[in-house]
Write a protein that binds this ligand. Structure first.
Ligand code: GLY
Length: 334
């Protein structure tokens, strides 16, 4: 039977879905150091980041080493090794990093390198540039000692071959694939940390939309879209259909909203509402997007277009998973 999507507008009533943790997470119950990430499975990445933060390390080192965890995990099919390939079978990764001084580095469409975020950090620290792409990014990585590896694992190759048999070879199919993938497991990791010196940094890394057009780049490596940090205000990161995050400069929009007094959760909701205004509700309710944010006080929040988005948090209080509030109620039935 064809998959059908049943959508109901819940809009302003979304707080009815709040869990106790959400109330805590969106209150003034601030704490630092603290690290937040998109998606529950990234609690493993948070645990690594927490090791660094709790040992008086910097937010920059915490987010860098934190997001390396899913990058190296062959069972994580959204990021790095084992990531779903493009429609021609190439795993191409996008990543960026931003520190408390607004230093930035990014790589796009980078093939054969497990730790795209580490290359992004080198771009930030060792070059006069902020973005490297494709073959140039690969050559830069190899010159700096990175090992060339095959990121297409037997599982991601088998999934791709199955997709080739059953799917239409068109970009809209890939958009639906990413929605399904987001529901099945998770998508991009975006991570932001606030360290004991009150400094914020963030990182974002992904293998991008499954079976994308070769050369496609989403929001994740684009500073202001997939990630933004302003050490005076806060930071935000995104997950979901990158084309739509770029359209509203999602993470920068959220940081600016916090600058003007919105709480992190209110700011994430504002970004979602901006996209709904641009696209119209009928189109917007087909798109999963999720945002996480933290302000300079350590107050955190998240918000998504559709249900099932989660935020992972780690602080001295331990690990916490927050089920995000959302704008549209949706259930996908086969
Ligand atoms: N948010 C990940 C991507 O669209 O590539």
């Amino acid at each position: 039977m064809n998959r059908r999507t049943f959508v109901k507008l819940v809009g302003a009533y979304a707080p009815a879905f709040a869990l106790p943790q959400q109330l805590l997470a969106n209150s003034n119950d601030t704490i630092k150091p603290i690290v937040i990430s998109t998606w529950e499975p990234n609690k493993k990445a948070n645990a690594k980041a927490w090791e660094i933060l709790s040992a008086h390390g910097s937010a920059l080192d915490a987010v860098h080493q934190g997001v390396m965890v899913p990058e190296a995990d062959p069972d994580d099919h959204s990021v790095g090794l084992g990531g779903h390939p493009d429609r021609d079978g190439h795993v191409t990764c996008d990543a960026c990093i931003m520190d408390h001084l607004a230093n930035i580095g990014s790589v796009m469409c980078l093939e054969h390198i497990v730790h795209a975020v580490s290359v992004a950090r080198l771009v930030m620290e060792k070059t006069p540039h902020v973005q490297l792409v494709g073959e140039g990014a690969l050559q830069f990585a190899l010159l700096n000692g990175f090992k060339k590896e095959n990121l297409l694992t037997p599982k991601s190759e088998a999934d791709w071959k199955k997709w080739l048999k059953t799917s239409k070879y068109d970009p809209m199919t890939t958009v639906r694939d990413i929605e399904k993938r987001i529901k099945e497991s998770h998508d991009t990791i975006g991570m932001i940390a606030l360290d004991e010196n009150n400094n914020l940094s963030g990182a974002c890394t992904t293998s991008g939309m499954a079976y994308k057009l070769p050369g496609r780049v989403g929001d994740s490596p684009i500073i202001g879209a997939g990630l933004y940090v302003d050490n005076e205000v806060g930071g935000a990161s995104a997950t979901g259909v990158g084309e739509e995050v770029v359209r509203i400069c999602g993470s920068h929009t959220i940081v600016e909203a916090m600058r003007h007094g919105k709480s992190p959760k209110e700011a994430c909701k504002l970004a979602i509402e901006r996209l709904i205004k641009i696209k119209g509700a009928e189109k917007a309710k087909e798109i999963q997007l999720g945002f996480i944010a933290i302000n300079k006080s350590g107050e955190i929040g998240c918000y998504s277009m559709l249900p099932e988005f989660t935020m992972a948090v780690h602080s001295a209080k331990g690990e916490q998973i927050i089920n995000s509030d959302y704008f549209f109620e949706s259930s996908i039935k086969k």
